[in-house]
Design a protein around this ligand. Structure first.
Ligand code: FES
Length: 82
């Protein structure tokens, strides 16, 4: 069965230094209710940092949605709303 959410965490330099390093702990910190609904993968630069209209790093992609200024709290909030 495929997961409801595919979360791609950017580990490119711009994202990593702007807080992406903390996002790597998402797998451990995600609330239990979402554990079997998400697939979490890492990625090289998602290219979002190249266009300032995308907002601020760190970037995370959740399915087709690009989240800027991503944090674990914002990701969990997004999952709750969807
Ligand atoms: S380093 Fe993350 S989008 Fe480029």
């Amino acid at each position: 069965m495929s997961k409801k959410f595919k979360i791609t965490i950017c580990s490119g330099t711009a994202c990593y230094v702007m807080g992406g390093a903390q996002l790597m702990m998402l797998e451990d910190l995600i609330p239990a209710e979402f554990r079997d609904q998400v697939e979490i993968v890492g990625s090289n630069c998602l290219q979002a940092c190249r266009d300032s209209s995308n907002g601020q790093p760190p970037f995370v992609r959740i399915n087709d949605y690009l989240m800027e200024s991503a944090s674990i709290a914002r990701i969990v909030d997004y999952l709750r709303k969807h």
